[in-house]
Write a protein that binds this ligand. Sequence first.
Ligand code: FMN
Length: 171
Amino acid sequence: MSKALVVYFSHTGENYNVGTIETGNTELLAKEIIRQTGADEFRIVPKKAYPEDYQEAVEVATEERSQDARPEYNGEIDIKDYDTIFLGYPIWWGDLPMVVYSFLDNHDFSGKTVIPFNTHEGSGNAGTYEDLKAELPNANIIGGGFNMTGMRARTEEGIAELGKWLENIKL
Ligand SMILES: Cc1cc2nc3c(=O)[nH]c(=O)nc-3n(C[C@H](O)[C@H](O)[C@H](O)COP(=O)(O)O)c2cc1C
């Protein structure tokens, strides 16, 4: 297997449908992919943390989206040594959270294999896998992506389903 990296954003605190959580829904999927593939990890952590309160976080996210903002995040990673990049995120307003766009803008994905995965509460991938093809025209977006509800990501069944999907990806 080529050298792989899991890049993800996941929001903790009060979250839709699942109460207040210390480990984000997408984070659970990311950690399992890391466990099963031995991939390296880069978590996108916004410099300015989103509010813990769900409504307040939603307001900030809405504002960022309306401004097409590119929020800054902590740290950085050089992706040049990685052939395969798993990209994980929650659906926010039928889209990627804007801080994920910040990461995409800051890196050259030419020739990379990008495998998206996401959690949501009803929108599936919300068209983001197609959007990523337009966003990263020189990358090879594969795997059909993987998504499940945040609720399901918090169950053993959900994690087992992720494992089956991973087995079927030919890296
Ligand atoms: C600001 C915001 C916007 C959201 N918009 C959507 C949406 O458009 N469609 C959807 O299915 N879920 C939406 N959700 C729910 C999240 O995608 C879902 O709770 C996800 O599992 C959160 O993952 P995380 O814990 O990794 O952040 C939204 C959540 C937030 C906080």
